[in-house]
Design a protein around this ligand. Sequence first.
Ligand SMILES: Cc1cc2nc3c(=O)[nH]c(=O)nc-3n(C[C@H](O)[C@H](O)[C@H](O)COP(=O)(O)OP(=O)(O)OC[C@H]3O[C@@H](n4cnc5c(N)ncnc54)[C@H](O)[C@@H]3O)c2cc1C
Length: 313
Amino acid sequence: MGDRINFDAARMADRLARIAEVDVKTDEMIAPYTSYKIGGPTAVWAAPRTETGIGEVLTIVHTAGIPLFILGLGSNLLVSDKGWPWVTLYLGTNISRCSFDGTKATALAGTPLLGLIRDAVDRGLGGIELMAGIPGGVGGALRMNAGAFGQEIEQTTVTVKGFRLDGTLFEAERKEINFNYRRVPDLENVVITSGQFRFKKADVGLLKNRMDDILALRAKKQPLNYPSCGSVFKRPAGYYAGALIEEAGLKGERVGGAMISDKHAGFILNVDNAKAADIFRLIRRIEDKVYDRFGVRLEREVKLIGEFDDNGI
Ligand SMILES: Cc1cc2nc3c(=O)[nH]c(=O)nc-3n(C[C@H](O)[C@H](O)[C@H](O)COP(=O)(O)OP(=O)(O)OC[C@H]3O[C@@H](n4cnc5c(N)ncnc54)[C@H](O)[C@@H]3O)c2cc1C
């Protein structure tokens, strides 16, 4: 990959570093920024602290024709051991803030979803409390249409703001965006900078109980003691991925430091300094075996970033 693109990482880093309010690094390891704690270095790391800075980074990277990877809170990613040999645009803790106005809230992309949920619940605002425990940020949640227990981020979304990859402004209302199950084609080429949400008034105590019950249920059912990306696969129509994987006899199976959870077979865990290649081999093994046994082709929910043996982004 990349042989045909003339890329001088040091020069790109220099150019991006001239933009005010953007932190730039070279050869930054991605692993610490992911829930899997896996992933090699990125050639250029750009972490804007303002929305204007994001737009300026995009214009430069787009004009140079360099591939861009947008990193949120890194909880739905498997990043290659070779890393990402281009530019990574980090929209995490550097761009995180939310504010409320009545039943509405505006949250920047890197705001942790749980922070937004807790702030809403404290104000007696409901509609996303069942999503407590999803470890991503607002940008990643919108991009994935994250959801749990019957609530999806779509349901409370009013508008989404950001930039197209060429640095031009993007703004759309919820009704203009086609939200699907863990897939939002209209946002695939958008760098989301913020979302506006509208919640419903409800009793604070009731909302707190619902949130606490969900967090307890997750702790009981999910293997949260090891790094993971949550469910690796989407729910296939008419089945549960975890049940198919379990029935295929794959629970507890290991490759290197990676293991298919014996608590919830939909999770592949990093139990002992796993490589991305270890996780990937288990993904392929599950896909093949579930297809052979049940004729069901599992679709990946996790996003693969960079180079893998037979697949990538
Ligand atoms: C223990 C655990 C439990 C989980 N449970 C659930 C669950 O119940 N339901 C659920 O839906 N998910 C769940 N997830 C998956 C994950 O938390 C969600 O997909 C989350 O929305 C990802 O957000 P993120 O900020 O971490 O995005 P990242 O993982 O950083 O990125 C995910 C994708 O979004 C893109 N992206 C990120 N930020 C932006 C942005 N600002 N603009 C444009 N694109 C962007 C990335 O390029 C990538 O394609 C779970 C994960 C873990 C580890």
